[in-house]
Design a binder for this molecule. Structure first.
Ligand SMILES: C[S@@+](CC[C@H](N)C(=O)[O-])C[C@H]1O[C@@H](n2cnc3c(N)ncnc32)[C@H](O)[C@@H]1O
Length: 345
């Protein structure tokens, strides 16, 4: 029997709402780590392949401590990720939910991994420990989560294509090539070039374009966009790339891209913006903790940088619910000379 007196003493002992919140936060964090570990250990994938005994699962996942594995499986059962019956383990309903949608899976991998490792490793990093390498080493999982926001970015791109009717398109930092494919789909007569410094991304972009029947109209180059010999384009994309650049290099970078635009051409910049929003602040910290001076751009600052680069930016537009992602379309003035200054004619 739960004692009313003890409950009353508990309620009066400290800050009850804060205690409840601490417990709720803790339980959410534990559940996140449970799902992360179920993916990391390979147990969830093994159960998705076929039902198994604990010994079979140990053999298939490389676990040698079967007693600990059995206790972990009981945790997975309590979380709805696995179901145990008559000595056999099966994938549970919640486990199926995680595996059925890759954005869900990638979110668990990222949040149980580097997003929270950032804070676990913060003390040594603040004391001069090594910078993080998540952006370079976990590019794949970052791209898989970003896929969820693709429809919002595509909406902006399709609208810009309808207004501009580009014939030549450049996607700077094309990643998996989804946006280049969306633009080429929206502009059936256009040809496109994707450029990315990341070799695996280049390979994925080529596959994306091939799969969507666009390979004949597109080329994907490996390397830094600043080191490519490129002909002028009518539309350039810079989606989720600005924050990879140190603040001090941004104007020069934007000017280099601006120079690749034909007069009247446009650059579409899409980025998460620095705002007081918790997730924006977190993302900014994660970027600043990486090797190479990365940080989220402030929207007003981005507009100033685009102007300083000789472009004419329009109003920044917030394009997604729940995350401070903005798009800015900046045009290269029609009368501009190669050097970026306006001609007097
Ligand atoms: C977060 S990903 C974004 C990919 C894609 N645009 C998207 O929004 O899904 C940023 C990409 O920019 C690439 N990148 C960064 N700086 C670059 C540069 N100077 N030239 C070419 N690619 C660059 C990175 O390799 C990475 O693949």
């Amino acid at each position: 029997m739960i004692s009313a007196r003890a409950t009353w003493r508990l309620v009066r002992a400290g800050n009850l709402p804060a205690r409840l919140r601490a417990t709720r936060d803790g339980q959410t964090a534990v559940r996140l780590q449970i799902v992360g570990a179920a993916l990391d250990t390979g147990v969830l994938d093994a159960l998705a392949e076929r039902p198994a005994t604990t010994a079979d699962l140990a053999a298939r996942t490389g676990a040698t401590d079967t007693a600990l594995l059995a206790a972990f499986l009981r945790v997975l059962e309590a979380a709805g990720l696995a179901e145990g019956r008559a000595g056999t383990w099966r994938l549970g309903k919640q486990g199926r939910v995680v595996l059925d949608d890759d954005v869900v899976r990638a979110s668990y991998e990222a949040f149980a991994g580097f997003h929270t490792d950032l804070y676990r490793d913060l003390r040594p990093q603040l004391a001069g420990g090594p910078a993080r390498r998540d952006v370079t080493e976990r590019g794949g999982v970052i791209a898989r989560i970003s896929a969820a926001l693709e429809p919002f970015i595509e909406e902006v791109l399709t609208r810009t294509v309808a207004e501009l009717r580009p014939e030549r398109v450049l996607d700077v930092g094309c990643g998996a090539g989804l946006q280049l494919a969306a633009v080429l789909d929206a502009a059936p007569g256009a040809r496109g070039i994707g450029v990315d410094t990341d070799e695996p991304a280049v390979a994925i972009a080529r596959q994306t374009l091939e799969r969507r029947g666009l390979a004949g109209r597109a080329t994907v180059l490996h390397g830094d966009v600043r080191e490519q010999q490129l002909d002028p384009v009518d539309l350039a994309l810079l989606a989720n790339v600005v924050y990879y650049l140190p603040l001090g290099e941004r104007v020069a970078f934007l000017r280099d891209i601006g120079r690749l635009l034909a007069p009247g051409g446009a650059l579409v910049v899409v980025t998460t913006a620095a705002t007081p929003h918790l997730i924006s602040r977190h993302f900014d910290l994660l970027l600043r903790a990486q090797e190479g001076a990365m940080e989220l751009p402030d929207t007003a600052e981005l507009v100033t940088q685009l102007t300083a680069a000789g472009l004419r930016p329009g109003e920044p537009e917030r394009i997604t619910p729940g995350a401070p992602i903005v798009a800015v379309v900046a045009t290269r003035p029609a009368g501009q000379t190669e050097e970026g200054s306006s001609s007097t004619v």
